[in-house]
Design a protein around this ligand. Sequence first.
Ligand code: GLY
Ligand code: MN
Ligand code: MN
Length: 493
Amino acid sequence: MSEELIPETPEQETEENEAAEPIKQRKNGLYPGVSEELAENMKSGWADTELHGLEPIAQAEHTATRRAALSARFPGERLVIPAGNLKTRSNDTEYAFRASTEYAYLTGDQTQDGVLVLEPTGDSGHQATIYLLPRSNRENGEFWLDGQGELWVGRRHSLAEAEQLLGIPAKDVREIAAALAEATGPVRNVRGHDASIEAALTDKVTAERDEELRVYLSEARLVKDAFEIAELQKACDATARGFEDVVRSLDKAEATSERFIEGTFFLRARIEGNDIGYGSICAAGPHATTLHWVRNDGAVRAGELLLLDAGVETDELYTADVTRTLPINGTFSPLQRKIYDAVYEAQEAGIAAVKPGAAFRDFHDASQRVLAEKLVAWGLLGDLSVDKVLELGLQRRWTLHGTGHMLGMDVHDCAVARTEAYVDGILEPGVCLTVEPGLYFQADDLTVPEEYRGIGVRIEDDILVTEDGNRNLSDKLPRRADEVEAWMAQLKD
Ligand code: GLY
Ligand code: MN
Ligand code: MN
């Protein structure tokens, strides 16, 4: 965007000390540098593009069900769930906007500055209203002179269109501060997304009660509905195609760096989805032993392993979270294969422990036992028994992290659920989680034989709990070592 295309901001309009005045409140109806004739000209000659008879979005029934459950949990209370605002990257550029998970989950909408309000209606539930910025006014100039004018940022839905799409009555978001100021009775707000909403509610809410709302919305997402499961499958399928892209381009990565892998996967994420669901970990060679290696600026060398942990986020904001550890030259060395097979066996044991009625902790314990057995068998833990190793947690020097987590709209989904509902909870159909054991031998770890140092292996899949066991949503990518090698050979042909 060149300098002269930036709409005139109040700061640039200096002559009559009108700097702080918002465009829409100007007294004489004129804007400095804009002639009366041009202002008049820009008001008219625009076609009516209002859309009628729009079909509701695909998840409208599901969002209504989610709002009904929320309503039942907090009877008689006003509930305020903001989408959040643009965040400054530097000066006048912003990060790409990503709506808050809570707002998108309850509305299916992703508009910046949007706010969902559930207003109590006597004893019988709530009336939902979605507050959005309407289409730009062409009479007062905001259409073409305001930085958020549609001429600059693109056409928005009218409030009437949003109502048809979302199935929620819509109002102008510029009215919400006054509406909240007038509100009486108990109010709860999801904090952390919209400072202006928090400022408007400061005398009406408490941190403790707001946190209960946030915890509820985290726990509500523990069991996925049919729409969410389909989205997670879509995310995993697109992610598999992204991994295939990476394998096909490994020679280019060898000629450049891990950045080529990052960019290759990102291209797939943007073509098939909204974004990546988290920073891609493109860890070649010893970088694989750094759990969150997202600098991705290292060399990619034949003979070493590539640990790629990446996930496509769908347009509806559901993400995959998948890891494969690949031999860059297409074939595991005997030692790489030994370590890989151990992690594979641990993952198999973990996946087998994912079923309805099992404890959430079971799959972690199953994977850790296998890894401890391997570490003991390899002589890395002296003459300690496997049980003693597990009791003391000594395997963790090389296993490092928990074996998995809930997955959904957030990569680490449901993160503020209570311990009894999540970590100490029982699995039921509709829960989706990752199973991702790993072994990591740091380059400077003097307690392991030299040839182990700098090898890191993780295998991560996205597992849905079903009525009779589980389904691996990311099974389009091979996991067994020989199948990985065959798959790579086929893609590189
Ligand atoms: N990609 C982060 C994780 O696996 O949890
Ligand atoms: Mn991951
Ligand atoms: Mn994960």
